[in-house]
Design a protein around this ligand. Sequence first.
Ligand code: EPZ
Length: 424
Amino acid sequence: MAKILVNKSGPLHGEVKISGAKNSVLPLLAATIMTEDSCVIEDVPNLADVSVMKQILKKYGAEIDDSEKGVIKTQTKEIVSCEGDKDLVQEMRASIFTMGPLLARHGKVIMPMPGGCTIGKRPIDLHLKGFRALGAKVTEDIENETVTVEVGPSGLIGDVIYLDFPSVGATENILMAASMAKGTTIIENAAKEPEIIDLANQLNKMGAKIKSAGTDMIRIEGVEKLSGCVHEAIPDRIETGTFLLAAAITRGDILIKNAIPGHVRPIIAKLRECNVGIEATPEGIYVDARDRELIATDIKTLPYPGLPTDIQSPFMAFLTTVKGSSVVRETVFENRFMHVVELNRMGADIQTENREARVPGGKKLHGAKVRATDLRAGAAMVIAGLVADGTTEISEIYHIERGYEDLVNKLKSLGADIMKTDRD
Ligand code: EPZ
Protein backbone atom coordinates (compact mmCIF):
# COMPACT_ATOMS: atom_id res chain seq x y z
CA MET A 1 0.00 0.00 0.00
CA ALA A 2 1.52 3.34 -1.03
CA LYS A 3 2.52 5.69 1.75
CA ILE A 4 4.01 9.13 2.15
CA LEU A 5 6.98 9.44 4.50
CA VAL A 6 7.68 12.89 5.92
CA ASN A 7 10.74 13.73 8.00
CA LYS A 8 11.18 16.82 10.11
CA SER A 9 12.06 19.50 7.57
CA GLY A 10 13.64 22.92 7.90
CA PRO A 11 11.81 26.11 6.90
CA LEU A 12 10.36 25.80 3.40
CA HIS A 13 11.80 28.24 0.89
CA GLY A 14 11.36 28.90 -2.83
CA GLU A 15 8.43 29.16 -5.16
CA VAL A 16 5.56 26.86 -6.14
CA LYS A 17 2.90 27.09 -8.86
CA ILE A 18 -0.71 26.36 -7.94
CA SER A 19 -2.60 23.95 -10.20
CA GLY A 20 -6.08 24.38 -11.64
CA ALA A 21 -8.86 23.96 -9.07
CA LYS A 22 -10.25 20.42 -8.65
CA ASN A 23 -13.58 21.79 -7.44
CA SER A 24 -13.84 23.99 -10.51
CA VAL A 25 -12.64 21.52 -13.15
CA LEU A 26 -15.15 18.84 -12.12
CA PRO A 27 -18.30 20.94 -12.79
CA LEU A 28 -16.62 22.59 -15.81
CA LEU A 29 -16.14 19.13 -17.34
CA ALA A 30 -19.69 18.10 -16.46
CA ALA A 31 -21.05 21.17 -18.28
CA THR A 32 -19.33 20.15 -21.55
CA ILE A 33 -21.93 17.41 -22.18
CA MET A 34 -24.63 20.10 -22.46
CA THR A 35 -23.57 20.86 -26.05
CA GLU A 36 -22.88 18.72 -29.13
CA ASP A 37 -20.01 21.08 -29.98
CA SER A 38 -16.43 20.49 -28.91
CA CYS A 39 -15.14 22.10 -25.72
CA VAL A 40 -11.64 22.70 -24.40
CA ILE A 41 -10.87 22.98 -20.67
CA GLU A 42 -7.41 24.29 -19.79
CA ASP A 43 -5.25 24.20 -16.65
CA VAL A 44 -6.72 20.83 -15.71
CA PRO A 45 -4.78 19.23 -12.82
CA ASN A 46 -3.64 15.61 -13.13
CA LEU A 47 -5.81 14.17 -10.34
CA ALA A 48 -7.57 10.88 -9.65
CA ASP A 49 -10.92 12.70 -9.44
CA VAL A 50 -10.40 14.22 -12.90
CA SER A 51 -9.69 10.72 -14.30
CA VAL A 52 -12.95 9.46 -12.77
CA MET A 53 -14.90 12.38 -14.27
CA LYS A 54 -13.42 11.60 -17.71
CA GLN A 55 -14.56 7.97 -17.36
CA ILE A 56 -18.05 9.14 -16.40
CA LEU A 57 -18.37 11.51 -19.36
CA LYS A 58 -17.15 8.81 -21.75
CA LYS A 59 -19.95 6.53 -20.53
CA TYR A 60 -22.44 9.24 -21.41
CA GLY A 61 -21.00 9.50 -24.94
CA ALA A 62 -18.16 12.04 -24.71
CA GLU A 63 -15.11 11.63 -26.94
CA ILE A 64 -12.14 12.90 -24.94
CA ASP A 65 -8.65 13.90 -26.11
CA ASP A 66 -6.34 14.45 -23.12
CA SER A 67 -3.08 13.98 -25.01
CA GLU A 68 -1.90 17.51 -24.18
CA LYS A 69 -0.80 17.96 -20.53
CA GLY A 70 -3.28 20.07 -18.58
CA VAL A 71 -5.78 20.29 -21.46
CA ILE A 72 -8.97 18.29 -22.02
CA LYS A 73 -10.67 18.47 -25.41
CA THR A 74 -14.07 16.85 -25.40
CA GLN A 75 -17.10 16.51 -27.64
CA THR A 76 -20.41 14.80 -26.86
CA LYS A 77 -22.16 14.50 -30.22
CA GLU A 78 -24.96 12.51 -28.62
CA ILE A 79 -25.84 11.16 -25.19
CA VAL A 80 -25.62 7.35 -25.40
CA SER A 81 -26.46 6.69 -21.75
CA CYS A 82 -28.02 8.74 -18.98
CA GLU A 83 -27.25 6.30 -16.21
CA GLY A 84 -24.55 6.98 -13.65
CA ASP A 85 -22.18 4.13 -12.77
CA LYS A 86 -22.57 2.98 -9.14
CA ASP A 87 -18.87 2.27 -8.62
CA LEU A 88 -17.81 5.60 -10.10
CA VAL A 89 -20.38 7.50 -8.05
CA GLN A 90 -19.23 5.76 -4.89
CA GLU A 91 -15.65 6.61 -5.83
CA MET A 92 -16.41 10.27 -6.44
CA ARG A 93 -19.43 12.14 -5.13
CA ALA A 94 -18.91 14.90 -7.69
CA SER A 95 -20.37 12.48 -10.28
CA ILE A 96 -23.72 13.94 -9.25
CA PHE A 97 -22.66 17.21 -10.91
CA THR A 98 -23.60 15.50 -14.19
CA MET A 99 -27.29 15.38 -13.23
CA GLY A 100 -28.09 18.97 -14.22
CA PRO A 101 -26.25 18.70 -17.55
CA LEU A 102 -27.99 15.39 -18.45
CA LEU A 103 -31.40 16.86 -17.58
CA ALA A 104 -30.74 19.92 -19.72
CA ARG A 105 -29.31 18.04 -22.72
CA HIS A 106 -31.10 14.69 -22.54
CA GLY A 107 -34.15 15.22 -20.33
CA LYS A 108 -33.43 12.26 -18.06
CA VAL A 109 -30.84 10.97 -15.60
CA ILE A 110 -30.66 7.85 -13.45
CA MET A 111 -28.10 8.32 -10.69
CA PRO A 112 -27.01 5.95 -7.93
CA MET A 113 -27.35 7.77 -4.61
CA PRO A 114 -23.88 8.94 -3.57
CA GLY A 115 -22.97 7.39 -0.24
CA GLY A 116 -21.97 9.56 2.65
CA CYS A 117 -18.29 9.66 3.41
CA THR A 118 -16.06 10.22 6.40
CA ILE A 119 -17.00 13.90 6.65
CA GLY A 120 -20.74 13.53 6.70
CA LYS A 121 -24.01 12.16 5.32
CA ARG A 122 -23.91 14.56 2.35
CA PRO A 123 -27.51 14.21 1.12
CA ILE A 124 -28.61 15.62 -2.23
CA ASP A 125 -32.06 16.83 -1.17
CA LEU A 126 -31.33 20.41 -2.26
CA HIS A 127 -30.23 19.25 -5.72
CA LEU A 128 -33.53 17.33 -6.06
CA LYS A 129 -35.52 20.28 -4.68
CA GLY A 130 -34.06 22.38 -7.50
CA PHE A 131 -34.86 19.83 -10.20
CA ARG A 132 -38.46 19.50 -8.93
CA ALA A 133 -38.82 23.29 -8.93
CA LEU A 134 -37.77 23.28 -12.60
CA GLY A 135 -40.65 20.87 -13.31
CA ALA A 136 -38.77 17.59 -13.41
CA LYS A 137 -40.21 14.39 -11.93
CA VAL A 138 -37.97 12.91 -9.23
CA THR A 139 -38.38 9.24 -8.27
CA GLU A 140 -36.24 7.87 -5.47
CA ASP A 141 -35.81 4.09 -5.52
CA ILE A 142 -34.68 3.39 -1.97
CA GLU A 143 -34.25 -0.34 -2.55
CA ASN A 144 -31.86 0.11 -5.46
CA GLU A 145 -30.45 3.29 -3.96
CA THR A 146 -30.96 5.22 -7.19
CA VAL A 147 -32.78 8.39 -8.09
CA THR A 148 -34.39 8.97 -11.49
CA VAL A 149 -35.04 12.53 -12.61
CA GLU A 150 -37.11 13.03 -15.74
CA VAL A 151 -38.18 16.15 -17.56
CA GLY A 152 -41.89 16.39 -18.39
CA PRO A 153 -43.33 16.94 -21.91
CA SER A 154 -42.97 20.70 -21.60
CA GLY A 155 -39.30 20.46 -20.66
CA LEU A 156 -37.62 22.35 -17.80
CA ILE A 157 -39.41 25.54 -16.76
CA GLY A 158 -37.62 28.31 -14.87
CA ASP A 159 -38.68 29.07 -11.29
CA VAL A 160 -37.52 30.70 -8.06
CA ILE A 161 -35.53 28.22 -5.96
CA TYR A 162 -34.51 28.88 -2.36
CA LEU A 163 -31.58 26.80 -1.08
CA ASP A 164 -32.01 26.03 2.62
CA PHE A 165 -28.20 25.82 2.77
CA PRO A 166 -25.89 27.55 0.23
CA SER A 167 -24.81 24.17 -1.13
CA VAL A 168 -21.99 24.41 -3.70
CA GLY A 169 -23.03 21.29 -5.60
CA ALA A 170 -26.74 22.08 -5.56
CA THR A 171 -26.06 25.61 -6.83
CA GLU A 172 -23.92 24.21 -9.65
CA ASN A 173 -26.39 21.49 -10.64
CA ILE A 174 -29.34 23.89 -10.68
CA LEU A 175 -27.29 26.52 -12.53
CA MET A 176 -26.56 24.02 -15.32
CA ALA A 177 -30.12 22.66 -15.56
CA ALA A 178 -31.65 26.16 -15.50
CA SER A 179 -29.30 27.36 -18.26
CA MET A 180 -31.43 25.44 -20.78
CA ALA A 181 -34.83 25.74 -19.05
CA LYS A 182 -37.64 27.82 -20.54
CA GLY A 183 -37.90 31.25 -18.92
CA THR A 184 -36.20 32.71 -15.88
CA THR A 185 -34.76 30.95 -12.86
CA ILE A 186 -33.66 32.69 -9.67
CA ILE A 187 -31.50 30.75 -7.19
CA GLU A 188 -31.86 32.34 -3.76
CA ASN A 189 -29.31 31.73 -0.98
CA ALA A 190 -26.99 30.42 -3.68
CA ALA A 191 -23.41 29.38 -2.88
CA LYS A 192 -20.91 32.18 -3.64
CA GLU A 193 -17.68 30.19 -4.00
CA PRO A 194 -15.26 31.25 -6.78
CA GLU A 195 -15.94 27.90 -8.47
CA ILE A 196 -19.58 28.99 -8.99
CA ILE A 197 -18.40 32.11 -10.83
CA ASP A 198 -15.96 30.03 -12.88
CA LEU A 199 -18.74 27.68 -13.95
CA ALA A 200 -21.09 30.58 -14.78
CA ASN A 201 -18.34 32.18 -16.86
CA GLN A 202 -17.89 28.99 -18.86
CA LEU A 203 -21.65 28.52 -19.33
CA ASN A 204 -22.00 32.13 -20.51
CA LYS A 205 -19.19 31.52 -23.01
CA MET A 206 -21.32 28.59 -24.22
CA GLY A 207 -24.28 30.93 -24.76
CA ALA A 208 -26.03 30.78 -21.41
CA LYS A 209 -27.49 33.94 -19.87
CA ILE A 210 -26.43 33.90 -16.21
CA LYS A 211 -26.22 37.03 -14.09
CA SER A 212 -24.73 37.75 -10.62
CA ALA A 213 -23.06 34.40 -10.02
CA GLY A 214 -20.94 34.84 -6.91
CA THR A 215 -23.76 36.58 -5.04
CA ASP A 216 -26.46 34.81 -3.04
CA MET A 217 -29.03 35.47 -5.78
CA ILE A 218 -28.25 34.16 -9.25
CA ARG A 219 -30.54 34.96 -12.22
CA ILE A 220 -30.61 32.64 -15.25
CA GLU A 221 -32.50 33.27 -18.53
CA GLY A 222 -32.82 29.83 -20.14
CA VAL A 223 -31.67 29.31 -23.75
CA GLU A 224 -32.50 26.59 -26.29
CA LYS A 225 -28.99 25.37 -27.02
CA LEU A 226 -25.43 25.84 -25.84
CA SER A 227 -22.35 25.85 -28.05
CA GLY A 228 -18.74 24.84 -27.48
CA CYS A 229 -16.13 26.87 -25.61
CA VAL A 230 -12.52 27.16 -24.56
CA HIS A 231 -12.18 27.83 -20.83
CA GLU A 232 -9.30 27.93 -18.37
CA ALA A 233 -10.05 26.78 -14.82
CA ILE A 234 -9.27 29.08 -11.89
CA PRO A 235 -6.34 28.10 -9.65
CA ASP A 236 -7.04 25.94 -6.60
CA ARG A 237 -7.68 28.15 -3.57
CA ILE A 238 -7.50 25.19 -1.18
CA GLU A 239 -4.11 24.13 -2.53
CA THR A 240 -3.08 27.79 -2.13
CA GLY A 241 -4.19 27.72 1.52
CA THR A 242 -2.37 24.45 2.06
CA PHE A 243 0.94 25.96 0.89
CA LEU A 244 0.37 29.10 2.97
CA LEU A 245 0.06 26.82 5.99
CA ALA A 246 3.06 24.68 5.00
CA ALA A 247 5.23 27.82 4.91
CA ALA A 248 3.75 29.05 8.21
CA ILE A 249 4.19 25.81 10.16
CA THR A 250 7.84 25.44 9.06
CA ARG A 251 8.55 29.15 9.69
CA GLY A 252 9.68 29.45 6.06
CA ASP A 253 9.01 31.83 3.21
CA ILE A 254 7.62 30.90 -0.19
CA LEU A 255 6.21 32.59 -3.29
CA ILE A 256 2.95 30.95 -4.33
CA LYS A 257 2.56 31.60 -8.05
CA ASN A 258 -0.72 31.51 -10.01
CA ALA A 259 -2.65 32.06 -6.75
CA ILE A 260 -5.51 34.56 -6.58
CA PRO A 261 -5.31 36.48 -3.24
CA GLY A 262 -8.99 37.46 -3.49
CA HIS A 263 -9.99 33.77 -3.37
CA VAL A 264 -8.18 33.12 -0.08
CA ARG A 265 -8.96 36.34 1.83
CA PRO A 266 -10.23 34.59 5.00
CA ILE A 267 -7.21 32.27 5.12
CA ILE A 268 -4.85 35.24 4.74
CA ALA A 269 -6.78 37.20 7.39
CA LYS A 270 -6.59 34.38 9.94
CA LEU A 271 -2.88 33.72 9.29
CA ARG A 272 -2.14 37.43 9.70
CA GLU A 273 -3.87 37.20 13.10
CA CYS A 274 -1.24 34.54 13.87
CA ASN A 275 1.45 37.09 12.93
CA VAL A 276 2.37 35.39 9.64
CA GLY A 277 3.57 37.85 7.00
CA ILE A 278 1.54 37.61 3.77
CA GLU A 279 1.38 39.95 0.81
CA ALA A 280 -0.07 39.90 -2.67
CA THR A 281 2.49 40.16 -5.49
CA PRO A 282 2.05 40.46 -9.27
CA GLU A 283 2.82 36.71 -9.51
CA GLY A 284 0.54 35.57 -6.66
CA ILE A 285 1.14 35.54 -2.92
CA TYR A 286 4.37 35.82 -0.89
CA VAL A 287 4.19 34.29 2.61
CA ASP A 288 6.95 34.86 5.20
CA ALA A 289 6.91 33.26 8.65
CA ARG A 290 10.65 33.52 9.33
CA ASP A 291 11.90 34.82 12.70
CA ARG A 292 8.40 35.62 13.91
CA GLU A 293 6.65 34.82 17.17
CA LEU A 294 3.51 33.11 15.84
CA ILE A 295 0.41 33.08 18.03
CA ALA A 296 -2.81 31.11 18.05
CA THR A 297 -6.20 32.28 16.84
CA ASP A 298 -9.68 30.71 16.81
CA ILE A 299 -11.11 29.58 13.48
CA LYS A 300 -14.66 28.84 12.35
CA THR A 301 -15.55 27.38 8.95
CA LEU A 302 -18.42 28.89 6.95
CA PRO A 303 -19.70 28.91 3.38
CA TYR A 304 -17.78 31.37 1.16
CA PRO A 305 -16.63 34.05 1.81
CA GLY A 306 -16.07 32.54 5.26
CA LEU A 307 -13.10 30.34 6.09
CA PRO A 308 -13.45 27.25 3.84
CA THR A 309 -14.21 23.93 5.54
CA ASP A 310 -11.62 22.32 3.24
CA ILE A 311 -8.80 24.24 4.96
CA GLN A 312 -9.94 23.40 8.50
CA SER A 313 -7.82 20.29 9.02
CA PRO A 314 -4.56 21.72 7.59
CA PHE A 315 -5.16 24.88 9.63
CA MET A 316 -5.69 22.79 12.78
CA ALA A 317 -2.38 21.02 12.16
CA PHE A 318 -0.70 24.44 12.06
CA LEU A 319 -2.48 25.61 15.25
CA THR A 320 -1.19 22.60 17.22
CA THR A 321 2.34 24.03 16.89
CA VAL A 322 1.88 27.74 17.66
CA LYS A 323 1.91 29.23 21.15
CA GLY A 324 -1.50 29.58 22.81
CA SER A 325 -4.68 27.56 22.76
CA SER A 326 -7.34 27.88 20.07
CA VAL A 327 -10.85 26.71 19.28
CA VAL A 328 -11.73 25.25 15.87
CA ARG A 329 -15.41 25.27 14.93
CA GLU A 330 -16.66 23.27 11.91
CA THR A 331 -20.09 24.49 10.81
CA VAL A 332 -20.36 23.05 7.26
CA PHE A 333 -19.99 19.27 7.72
CA GLU A 334 -21.19 17.28 10.69
CA ASN A 335 -18.19 15.00 11.01
CA ARG A 336 -15.03 16.69 9.86
CA PHE A 337 -12.75 16.02 12.84
CA MET A 338 -11.56 12.54 11.80
CA HIS A 339 -8.02 13.94 11.56
CA VAL A 340 -7.99 14.81 15.30
CA VAL A 341 -7.29 11.20 16.30
CA GLU A 342 -4.40 11.15 13.84
CA LEU A 343 -2.96 14.49 15.02
CA ASN A 344 -3.23 13.26 18.62
CA ARG A 345 -1.09 10.23 17.68
CA MET A 346 1.59 12.87 16.97
CA GLY A 347 1.15 14.51 20.37
CA ALA A 348 -1.35 17.27 19.56
CA ASP A 349 -3.56 16.59 22.61
CA ILE A 350 -6.71 18.01 20.97
CA GLN A 351 -10.14 17.56 22.61
CA THR A 352 -13.34 17.62 20.55
CA GLU A 353 -16.96 18.10 21.51
CA ASN A 354 -19.56 18.00 18.71
CA ARG A 355 -18.42 20.50 16.10
CA GLU A 356 -15.83 22.17 18.30
CA ALA A 357 -12.18 21.20 18.82
CA ARG A 358 -9.97 22.67 21.52
CA VAL A 359 -6.33 22.88 20.44
CA PRO A 360 -3.89 23.46 23.34
CA GLY A 361 -1.16 24.65 20.93
CA GLY A 362 2.56 25.01 21.61
CA LYS A 363 3.13 21.29 20.99
CA LYS A 364 6.31 19.66 19.76
CA LEU A 365 4.80 17.00 17.55
CA HIS A 366 6.52 13.62 17.05
CA GLY A 367 6.37 11.36 14.01
CA ALA A 368 3.84 8.52 13.98
CA LYS A 369 1.99 6.13 11.69
CA VAL A 370 -1.15 8.04 10.68
CA ARG A 371 -3.98 7.74 8.13
CA ALA A 372 -5.33 10.23 5.64
CA THR A 373 -9.00 10.10 6.64
CA ASP A 374 -10.11 12.38 3.84
CA LEU A 375 -8.53 14.46 1.13
CA ARG A 376 -7.81 17.52 3.23
CA ALA A 377 -7.02 15.60 6.41
CA GLY A 378 -4.28 13.89 4.41
CA ALA A 379 -2.79 17.30 3.64
CA ALA A 380 -2.99 18.12 7.34
CA MET A 381 -0.92 15.03 8.16
CA VAL A 382 1.72 16.06 5.63
CA ILE A 383 1.90 19.56 7.11
CA ALA A 384 2.18 18.22 10.66
CA GLY A 385 4.86 15.77 9.52
CA LEU A 386 7.02 18.63 8.24
CA VAL A 387 7.67 19.80 11.82
CA ALA A 388 7.21 16.56 13.81
CA ASP A 389 10.37 15.01 15.27
CA GLY A 390 11.35 11.87 13.40
CA THR A 391 9.34 10.31 10.58
CA THR A 392 5.61 10.52 9.95
CA GLU A 393 4.23 7.67 7.86
CA ILE A 394 0.94 8.49 6.15
CA SER A 395 -1.21 5.68 4.73
CA GLU A 396 -4.39 5.77 2.61
CA ILE A 397 -2.75 8.47 0.52
CA TYR A 398 -5.14 7.85 -2.40
CA HIS A 399 -7.27 10.47 -0.66
CA ILE A 400 -4.49 13.02 -1.10
CA GLU A 401 -3.91 12.09 -4.74
CA ARG A 402 -7.60 12.72 -5.46
CA GLY A 403 -7.14 16.41 -4.89
CA TYR A 404 -3.52 17.55 -4.82
CA GLU A 405 -1.48 17.47 -8.01
CA ASP A 406 2.09 16.34 -7.37
CA LEU A 407 2.07 17.45 -3.71
CA VAL A 408 5.18 15.46 -2.74
CA ASN A 409 7.37 16.91 -5.52
CA LYS A 410 6.04 20.42 -5.00
CA LEU A 411 6.93 20.25 -1.30
CA LYS A 412 10.28 18.59 -2.10
CA SER A 413 11.13 21.50 -4.41
CA LEU A 414 10.60 23.81 -1.42
CA GLY A 415 13.07 21.83 0.71
CA ALA A 416 10.73 19.39 2.43
CA ASP A 417 12.19 16.00 3.38
CA ILE A 418 9.31 13.95 1.96
CA MET A 419 8.89 10.91 -0.25
CA LYS A 420 6.23 8.53 -1.55
CA THR A 421 6.88 4.80 -1.18
CA ASP A 422 5.04 1.73 -2.37
CA ARG A 423 6.77 -0.41 0.27
CA ASP A 424 4.53 -1.85 2.97
C1 EPZ B 1 -18.27 20.93 -2.40
O1 EPZ B 1 -18.91 19.75 -1.96
C2 EPZ B 1 -16.79 20.56 -2.51
N1 EPZ B 1 -16.62 19.49 -3.49
C3 EPZ B 1 -16.27 20.11 -1.15
O2 EPZ B 1 -14.88 19.87 -1.29
C4 EPZ B 1 -16.46 21.26 -0.16
O3 EPZ B 1 -16.05 20.84 1.12
C5 EPZ B 1 -17.94 21.64 -0.12
O4 EPZ B 1 -18.39 22.00 -1.44
C6 EPZ B 1 -18.20 22.84 0.79
O5 EPZ B 1 -17.47 23.92 0.35
C7 EPZ B 1 -16.64 19.80 -4.81
O6 EPZ B 1 -16.82 20.93 -5.20
C8 EPZ B 1 -16.39 18.66 -5.75
P1 EPZ B 1 -22.14 21.30 -0.22
P2 EPZ B 1 -20.53 19.71 -1.93
O7 EPZ B 1 -23.27 20.79 -1.02
O8 EPZ B 1 -21.10 20.44 -3.08
C9 EPZ B 1 -25.24 19.89 3.04
C10 EPZ B 1 -12.90 18.67 -1.08
O9 EPZ B 1 -12.21 18.37 -0.10
N2 EPZ B 1 -26.12 19.58 1.89
O10 EPZ B 1 -21.81 22.74 -0.23
O11 EPZ B 1 -20.93 18.28 -1.75
C11 EPZ B 1 -24.08 18.93 3.14
O12 EPZ B 1 -24.46 17.76 3.83
C12 EPZ B 1 -14.40 18.54 -1.04
O13 EPZ B 1 -12.43 19.14 -2.15
C13 EPZ B 1 -27.43 19.20 2.15
O14 EPZ B 1 -27.85 19.12 3.30
O15 EPZ B 1 -20.82 20.50 -0.59
C14 EPZ B 1 -23.03 19.73 3.88
O16 EPZ B 1 -23.29 19.63 5.27
C15 EPZ B 1 -14.88 17.95 0.28
N3 EPZ B 1 -28.24 18.89 1.11
C16 EPZ B 1 -23.29 21.15 3.41
O17 EPZ B 1 -24.58 21.16 2.81
C17 EPZ B 1 -27.80 18.96 -0.19
O18 EPZ B 1 -28.59 18.68 -1.11
C18 EPZ B 1 -22.30 21.65 2.38
O19 EPZ B 1 -22.35 20.78 1.30
C19 EPZ B 1 -26.46 19.33 -0.43
C20 EPZ B 1 -25.64 19.64 0.63
